[in-house]
Design a protein around this ligand. Structure first.
Ligand SMILES: Nc1nc2c(ncn2[C@@H]2O[C@H](COP(=O)(O)OP(=O)(O)OP(=O)(O)O)[C@@H](O)[C@H]2O)c(=O)[nH]1
Ligand SMILES: [Mg+2]
Length: 365
């Protein structure tokens, strides 16, 4: 008789089939690992300070994020980078679509890295939420620069409003400088208010133009001409050279009619071809002259200090506004009061002070 006793009977429980895992343990572990892999602020700071472009990219993504957790981390990183920032020159480039900004930045940026500089290209483009970033769209126009180890190209932050986009770009400048980029190029499309925003964050402002069929000055906003430290007439190649030179004369004449700049710098007009690269090195020489002159006169520092103060004030203004308009009581009363104003039931001033009173009382509670 075998010693093996077969178990049977109604009292014996069978192993049965275990119920399937509802959660995928593997996936959870993967997510946990990924979270663990997300570098801490201090890891990102040290990455940035050692010039690591991946760390720089990741930190800029945190700046651009709308997640409040990311905002805290982004602020830590900005604070960690600040003592190492500021050692760069910041150049703004604007021009209408099609003028050749991307092609110019490719030629100019490559020239800079060939002369031993480290160039970062950022953009302020409030329309980018629709076009998905002007720089991203034309990686083909910046083929060489994209591959260049001494260059960093970041498509513009997509954003709800110009103020928000501009703030993100300003913060990104700080990180790029801390990462050792000594020449920061900020591109913007020459439409709307974005030129003014860029002008307020750069040391040198360059306006890119192309020659048309005579009467070059038509359609150009006076304000933009006034902001420009240099006007560069691009596409001065082939049959276009003569027209470009003509345009140069006209712009020069026009610029002399403007009152002198506070920097005492007389804006320069030059021609170039972003394709043949003619005139690119002259542009850098002009910009260098400007930096030499304004650093010596103290204007360079003075302008940066003013810009810092205005960043501070703008940040306060923006956050106050944001806070005001996001209060649930304000949101509903604002709609009511708007209607009342439209129906002439209440004066605009009374309607506004009604809202402000509620807001201020809330704050003091
Ligand atoms: N002949 C000539 N063509 C140029 C030059 N620079 C740019 N182009 C051409 O002009 C067109 C527009 O150039 P982009 O560099 O895309 O212009 P952009 O200002 O960046 O345009 P947006 O991104 O749309 O604002 C392209 O077909 C370029 O090849 C130049 O110096 N000479
Ligand atoms: Mg472009």
């Amino acid at each position: 008789m075998s010693s093996f006793k077969k178990q049977s009977g109604s009292l014996t429980e069978k192993a049965g089939i275990s119920s399937p895992e509802i959660t995928n343990v593997l996936a959870i572990n993967q997510i946990k690992n990924k979270r663990r892999q997300q570098p801490s602020s201090s890891e990102l700071i040290s990455g940035i300070l050692s010039g690591n472009r991946t760390a720089l990219s990741r930190a800029i993504t945190l700046i651009e994020s709308t997640n409040p957790e990311h905002a805290t981390k982004a602020n830590e990183i900005i604070n960690g980078c600040l003592p190492h920032a500021n050692k760069s020159v910041r150049i703004g480039i604007t021009g209408v679509p099609g003028v050749g900004k991307s092609t110019f930045i490719e030629a100019f940026g490559t020239y800079l890295t060939q002369t031993g500089k480290k160039a970062a290209v950022l953009a302020v483009d409030p329309s980018s939420s629709i076009s998905h970033g002007s720089i991203l769209g034309d990686k083909t126009r910046m083929e060489e620069l994209v591959k260049d180890e001494n260059a960093f190209i970041r498509p513009s932050a997509s954003g709800e409003n110009l103020g928000g986009v501009a703030r993100k770009t300003r913060e990104s400048i700080i990180l790029c400088e801390a990462a050792g980029f000594d020449t920061i190029i900020i591109e913007t499309v020459g439409v709307g208010q974005s030129e003014t925003a860029v002008h307020s964050m750069v040391d040198f402002f360059l306006l890119l133009k192309i020659s048309g069929a005579g009467d070059e000055l038509q359609g150009i906003k006076r304000g933009i001409m006034e902001m420009a430290d240099a006007i560069v007439i691009n596409k001065a190649d082939g049959d276009n050279i003569k027209k470009a030179n003509q345009a140069k004369l006209e712009f020069n004449r026009a610029l002399h009619l403007f009152p002198p700049k506070r920097s005492n710098w007389q804006p320069k007009v030059t021609t170039c071809s972003a394709i043949t690269k003619d005139g690119i090195s002259d542009i850098w020489n002009t910009i260098s002259d400007y930096f030499e002159m304004t650093k010596e006169s103290g204007f360079f520092e003075e302008k940066r200090n003013e810009q810092n103060l205005s960043w501070m004030m703008e940040t306060i203004n923006e956050q106050l506004k944001q806070n005001f308009y996001s209060q649930p009581e304000i949101i509903s009363l604002l709609e009511q009061n708007k209607k009342a104003v439209q129906n002439n039931e209440i004066s605009p001033f009374a309607a506004a002070s009604d809202l402000l009173k509620i807001y201020f009382n809330k704050g003091t509670k």
